[in-house]
Design a protein around this ligand. Structure first.
Ligand code: HC3
Length: 397
């Protein structure tokens, strides 16, 4: 049974295409609405938190509210039929449909500079894998270089901000009064702002994954499991591009912010860990190619719970490992960087697990806020564990 047939019942291709177009149009309208609300000409345009919060100035800060009826299909879409909203692994907001042919365009439809041609040198390349020391299946040099360039290109097209751009803005720190504005925001408003920013970043990571050779060939369940488990880890990896290790600040909301900007969140320990991670990654001075390959390696983690085709993911991750080792060897940095990156894998898991703990505690205090005012994709990605359980008939062991 085809993926779409399962997901959309017996719809014709024409019906499915028009629904897909409708969903994409809605997403674009939502993004434009967010943009308008971020700089509201008229504060009434944004959705205030419900009156019983009694916080009069909230509407100035609050981004658009996310009510179920805002979701495509009015809450009756596929998500509510076996999707993550009802305990399945589905991803209505997690867009894993094949993106229209980008023909090299970046996520904003801009054509970046073409990459160099693929290496044509033949030759076999036996490598030891990262973890267990067993020799991985022999992979040709051309295959490794091809995969490496595909992943670098995918990263370049979906990295959200150009590295030069980010580096040119490190001098733009928040003024004291601006810092105080963030510090005096209600906890739920600051949480929502961070959730919106993180969700934006995750959408670029989703597009990155979809462009990696082999990802779209995985079954739908495994694509969703890998993205749910790994997308925030990749955001934290990408943080090293937006981290100024001299001032220990990170790009946030248009300027560079220190940990003090996030005080209102009420999770200083997590923020400290996130910043420590950002600093530890930025001092390794990874190249864009190395960031791309390490991000892909982390995304295709074959040990994620609920994977249905583990061996297939394992083979893909091993090839990415080999491509990363090849690039590090080519850059003469394998010994220095490889060990550090291996250690980062467990640190990333710990960070995401702490994020989940903090979000769970926040949801317990403000259950309505997350449900009504956080981006649906954020809710779908960080829903509780049981929602990861695969009930999809799409994959068999
Ligand atoms: C600042 C940020 C972490 C870094 C995120 C970055 C800069 C990472 C690189 C991406 O390309 C762009 C990007 C977007 C969002 C940025 C995050 C927003 C909030 C987060 C803070 C560390 C606060 C996290 C709070 C938490 C964990 C409770 O959500």
């Amino acid at each position: 049974m085809s993926r779409d047939a399962v997901k959309f019942g017996r719809m014709s291709k024409k019906q499915r295409d028009s629904l897909y177009a409708e969903v994409q149009k809605h997403r674009l309208q939502q993004a434009q609405q967010l943009q308008r609300d971020h700089h509201p000409q008229n504060p009434e345009e944004v959705e205030p938190l419900s009156p019983h919060y009694g916080l009069t100035d909230l509407h100035e800060d609050l981004e658009v509210g996310y009510m179920e009826e805002n979701s495509p299909g009015g809450g009756n879409g596929p998500a509510s039929k076996g999707g993550s909203e009802s305990g399945g692994v589905g991803g209505f907001y997690l867009d894993i449909q094949p993106s229209p042919d980008q023909s090299g365009l970046d996520i904003n439809g801009i054509k970046p500079e073409p990459l160099c041609d693929y290496g044509s040198n033949q030759g076999f390349f036996p490598y030891c894998s990262f973890t267990n020391g067993e020799t991985s299946p022999t992979v040709s040099m051309a295959e490794l270089e091809h995969l490496g360039q595909n992943i670098s290109k995918s990263h370049q097209e979906t990295c959200q901000y150009l590295r030069e751009e980010l580096q040119s803005m490190t001098w733009q720190a928040f003024l004291q009064e601006e810092i105080e504005t963030y510090q005096t925001k209600p906890e739920e408003v600051m949480w929502q702002l961070c959730a919106i920013k993180i969700t934006e970043a995750i959408q670029y990571v989703v597009e990155f994954a979809k462009r990696i050779d082999g990802f779209m060939e995985l079954c739908q369940n495994d694509q969703i499991v890998l993205l749910k488990a790994g997308s925030l880890e990749v955001v934290f990896i990408r943080m090293c591009r937006a981290f100024d290790s001299q001032n220990s600040t990170v790009y946030f909301d248009g300027k560079y912010a220190g940990t003090d900007v996030f005080k209102a969140l009420g999770c200083d320990d997590l923020i400290r860990l996130v910043f420590e991670f950002g600093k530890s990654m930025s001092v390794i001075h990874l190249s864009e190619e190395e960031i791309a390959l390490f991000s892909a390696y982390v995304l295709m983690s074959a040990d994620r719970t609920w994977l249905q085709e583990k061996v297939k993911v394992e083979k893909l991750q091993q090839k990415i490992q080999l491509a990363l080792q090849h690039v590090l060897q080519k850059n003469g940095r394998e010994d220095v960087v490889l060990t550090k990156l291996i250690c980062k894998v467990s640190t990333l898991r710990a960070l995401v697990s702490r994020h989940t703990e903090k979000l769970t505690a926040f949801k317990a205090t403000y259950p309505d806020i997350v449900q009504a005012h956080f981006p649906p994709l954020y809710r779908e990605l960080f829903g509780s564990d049981f929602e990861q359980a695969c009930i999809s008939p799409l994959c068999s062991n």
